[in-house]
Design a protein. Structure first.
Length: 274
């Protein structure tokens, strides 16, 4: 597993689909790692390549993370101190994710994406940050659809008006992510669209890698959900013209395939922009 830590400057790595497959949809990908590190491949680049194979331009967010330590420089041992540090790190991740959505909307033309077709998928801590953006962030920073994957809920607020559609996935045998039904209920109480996919087995951190379990099918369910929202339908970058459903859609032999041919990475740092 590829791990990144001690990230002090947030950055986006861009994965582009083949030009003839690009459909104008974008998705921000937030890897997990307990806000101390980033699971860069299993919950980042592998997911991005799966998305590009479906015509989606993926942006993997390297949000700010660092190992937990107290003012003395030692790892925390007190549970109260651990939760205090965890909340501090969570807020930083929410800030970075919110700003990323704003930047993608501002630079939509540069990347050939449609400003109202920007989604977010977050895994574990990345899912916590995703939920934070949805429940705490301003409307301008919210994605148009979101996928919290095996994400504990660290805040309890009602879904905001016009909350975006949700696709929630997790495993019953995951002791860290039993809040999927609670998040689903928040959206249901606010009469906002949501799907809940809880598998009996899968544990924590399954990403999109096969485990020879029914949870392996969750990417197929995700693809169907994205299709139902029209996010796999090709649109021009201005959003003024949409091509009929399924026309010029990329054809896949299997919705499990995580690889994308010729996906290109490019990275830019926020300090270059401000």
């Amino acid at each position: 597993m590829q791990i990144k830590t001690n990230v002090t400057v947030p950055a986006l790595t861009v994965f582009r689909p083949d030009p003839w497959e690009a459909n104008g949809t974008a998705m921000l990908v937030l890897p997990g790692g307990a806000f101390a590190a980033l699971a860069w491949d299993i919950e980042g680049t592998e997911v991005a390549r799966w998305l590009t194979k479906r015509g989606i331009t993926a942006f993997v967010l390297k949000y700010r993370v660092r190992p937990f330590q107290t003012d003395s420089g030692e790892p925390p041992t007190d549970i109260g101190e651990i939760f205090r540090l965890l909340e501090t790190h969570r807020k930083i991740a929410v800030m970075d994710a919110s700003q990323s959505v704003r930047l993608l909307r501002e630079r939509a033309d540069d990347y050939g994406i449609v400003p109202d077709r920007i989604g977010m998928v977050g895994f574990s801590a990345g899912g916590i940050a995703t939920i934070g953006v949805l429940l705490e962030g301003e409307a301008s920073a919210r994605p148009n659809f979101a996928v919290p994957a095996y994400a504990p809920m660290m805040i309890d607020k009602p879904a905001p008006p016009n909350a975006p559609p949700l696709f929630i996935v997790g495993a019953q045998d995951d002791p860290l992510a039993g809040d999927g039904p609670n998040l689903y209920n928040l959206w249901t109480q606010s009469q906002r669209p949501a799907e809940l996919h809880m598998y009996a087995q899968g544990s924590h951190g399954f990403g999109m890698r096969p485990k020879d379990l029914p949870v392996d099918q969750w990417p197929c369910a995700l693809e169907s959900w994205l299709d139902s929202l029209g996010m796999l339908t090709k649109a021009d970058p201005t959003g003024k013209q949409k091509i009929s459903r399924h026309e010029n859609r990329p054809k896949h032999s299997s919705c499990r395939s995580p690889r994308s041919a010729d996906a290109r990475d490019e990275q830019w740092r926020w300090d270059d922009e401000h």
